[in-house]
Each structure stands twice: as structure tokens, then as C-alpha cells.
Unconditional design. Structure first.
Ligand code: SME
Length: 159
């Protein structure tokens, strides 16, 4: 277990690669969900300075707020509601360049301008979504999608 994260320069893709290399040292092999989700979102926040990054977990018929970094957020989201709820319903990553133009977006903060939501699968079942919000418009692209999907695919062994 390391408590250090070193990301030195490079473009966004380089940073994701550096982060992924160090993640095993930041996570608990005994697989405590909360500990591992907490360190993953903290590492993402520390690396990229995202406005808000956190998990919503499937609990019965709702998504419930999990570990996150950023301002306080809504605690429960229904299936099909907002970007997170649609990601759950459709089981695919969603990139929203301008949340103000997205019908049904749940505005936890008026500072949030764009977002990406990525599903987390465990043994083929969607168990949570990772929600990343930016205070800039159009801040997420295919690099974020493929790298975050990659990270979550790897992370599923720690969940
Ligand atoms: N953006 C989400 C709601 C959660 S907050 O932004 C943290 C959505 O519309 O699903």
C-alpha cells in the first residue's frame, strides 16, 4: 500500500496511463469496496482536478451515492433518470458535452457543465456507475471514455 501518487506532466492519455500503473498500490487487495472506491475517486480528482468525481451504486431499484470527491450531491437516482440513471438503463458510457442542454440532467451544482458517466460491471452485472463532472464545457472525449472504461474493467477485481 502506497500513499503517494506521482503524475508528472504529459497529455491526458499519459496521465491516465501513469495513474493506472500506480492504482494497484493504492487499493486494498482484501477488497473493501468503500476503501477502494474512495481511493480511486481521490486519485482521479488529484490527477485531473475534476469538479466532481464519485460513484453511485445500484441498491435494489435505485442508484445510491457512494464515495465521491467534490461538493455535496443528490443521494438517490432512479433508473432512467439523469445521465447516471440512463447509463444504468442502457449499460453504456455517456458523454454529455453540455449538461444544460441534456433533458433530465440532475443538476447537483450549477457549476457542472459537462460530464461522463461510465458503468462498472462485476461478473457481467452492472453494479455501479462512475460519474465525473467538469466545470468546463466539452471536457470529455474518447480518450476519457476508453481510459475510464479500462480503469473500471481493471477495478472490478477490487470491488
Ligand atoms: N450528474 C448526474 C447527477 C449526479 S451529480 O452531478 C453529482 C446526473 O444527471 O445523472
Amino acid at each position: 500500500m502506497s500513499e503517494q501518487l506521482i503524475i508528472s506532466g504529459g497529455d491526458k492519455n499519459d496521465k491516465y496511463i501513469a495513474l493506472l500503473q500506480q492504482l494497484p498500490a493504492l487499493l486494498d487487495e482484501r477488497v473493501d469496496n468503500v476503501a477502494n472506491m474512495s481511493n480511486l475517486v481521490a486519485a482521479l480528482k488529484q490527477t485531473f482536478g475534476f469538479f466532481w468525481v464519485g460513484f453511485y451504486r445500484v441498491q435494489a431499484d435505485e442508484l445510491v451515492l457512494g464515495p465521491f470527491q467534490g461538493p455535496i450531491a443528490c443521494t438517490r437516482i432512479n433508473k432512467g433518470q439523469g445521465v447516471c440513471g440512463i447509463t444504468w438503463q442502457e449499460e453504456r458510457t455517456m458523454i454529455i458535452p453540455n449538461v444544460h442542454e441534456f433533458p433530465g440532467h440532475i443538476a447537483c451544482s450549477d457549476k457542472s457543465k459537462s460530464e461522463i458517466v461510465v458503468p462498472l460491471f462485476k461478473e457481467g452485472k452492472l453494479v455501479a456507475v462512475l460519474d465525473v463532472d467538469s466545470d468546463e464545457f466539452a471536457n470529455f472525449d474518447e480518450v476519457d471514455k476508453s481510459q475510464l472504461e479500462n480503469i473500471l474493467e481493471w477495478f472490478s477485481a477490487y470491488y
